[in-house]
Design a protein around this ligand. Structure first.
Ligand code: VTB
Length: 327
């Protein structure tokens, strides 16, 4: 066993379940502020809760995808060290509340999300947009191509799945910048699920089309969210491609500082999330894959998906929490 494998083994064994607590705690905190119309407050409580729980983990963790640069994010900023400091050195990508607006409006698919990987194995993406395309597992390599047209990608996917184009559903963020994309997809006869926010969930939904009804994710969203989604796909076996949108000299320079020398590079799933990866997401609001937090009379229930790349195990954990003082 080499050093990397050793780290991998301990990542799996010790941390898979521990990671569940991290997203559970953040999700419950955010869920208390569902539907209140206050995005910032919901995000803040999720950040606090996630940070507290992360600091209980026996890791020497560094946040590489977080709430922002140190000067703009007081907590869980990029570069912040988390964990007890005793344990494997790992990189962490997180979004304590993915879909702050969804949570504030109590609409579907807000999540608390975290990914953990061997040091140096997550793409350190700047907070810019990323063009994304993703499908779930089970399709031949090359079924999709970020440089092909929507019509070509949809036809290729329909063929690989053995269905008609009209039976394919794509997921796209509802944004004016996607007007042409939406038009092009509709022209093919495929269906679109337009989402207001939450493209981490959108990409992950492609991994289980029978459950979620989503076959293909298309469009431009946050690059940090792209890396988080890629971490999930690394664990389940889907295919994702992403290209950073570095459309100003300032963005090119910012990316260069983070080690990105080719501004036009297409990143594949395992270039955004390499090595041994763990991923957890807990539903904040009810969604297509995960139920939201429920507040019972004497308990709270949470629904979490936890994934690990080395075994491709997909665990769904429905937890009933009775020690309410903890939350
Ligand atoms: C997406 C989505 C997020 O940002 O990445 C999106 O996953 C992209 O940015 O939930 P715009 O909102 O500017 O389009 C969010 O909607 C919010 O962070």
């Amino acid at each position: 066993m080499n050093a990397a494998q050793k780290i991998g083994a301990s990542l799996d064994r010790v941390l898979t379940m521990e990671l569940v607590r991290v997203t559970e705690r953040a999700a419950v905190a955010a869920a208390r502020l569902r539907g209140r119309g206050d995005e910032k407050a919901a995000d803040q409580v999720a950040v606090d809760a996630m940070r507290k729980e992360l600091n209980h983990l026996a890791i020497k963790g560094t946040v590489v995808i977080g709430e922002g640069e140190r000067d703009e994010a007081p907590m869980l900023y990029i570069g912040e060290e988390v964990g007890t400091g005793k344990g494997p050195s790992v990189d962490i990508a997180l979004d304590p509340l993915e879909g702050t607006t969804i949570c504030a409006k109590n609409l579907p698919n807000a999540l608390a999300v975290v990914a953990l990987a061997e040091k140096g194995s997550l793409l350190n993406a700047p907070d810019v947009y990323m063009d994304k395309i993703a499908i779930g597992p089970g399709y031949p390599e090359g079924t999709i191509d970020i440089d092909a047209s929507p019509a070509e990608n949809i036809a290729s996917l329909a063929k690989a799945k053995g269905v008609t184009i009209g039976e394919i559903t794509t997921c796209i963020l509802d944004r004016p910048r996607h007007a042409k994309l939406i038009e092009a997809v509709r022209a093919t006869g495929a269906a679109i699920r337009l989402i207001g926010d939450g493209d981490v969930a959108g990409v992950i939904h492609t991994t289980d089309p029978e459950e979620t009804g989503i076959d293909l994710y298309l469009g431009t969203g946050g690059a940090p969210e792209g890396v988080l989604a890629a971490a999930a796909l690394r664990c389940t076996g889907g295919q994702m491609q992403g290209r950073l949108i570095l459309d100003t000299p300032e963005k090119v320079a910012r990316a260069a500082k983070m080690g990105i020398s080719d501004p036009k590079k297409v990143y594949r799933t395992d270039e955004m999330a390499r090595g041994d990866v763990l991923f957890a997401a807990t539903g904040v609001t009810d969604g297509n894959m995960l139920q939201g937090v429920k507040f019972g009379r004497n308990y709270i229930t949470t629904h979490t998906i936890v994934l690990r790349s080395s075994s491709r195990t997909v665990r769904e954990i429905k937890a009933r929490h009775q020690d309410l003082d903890k939350f």
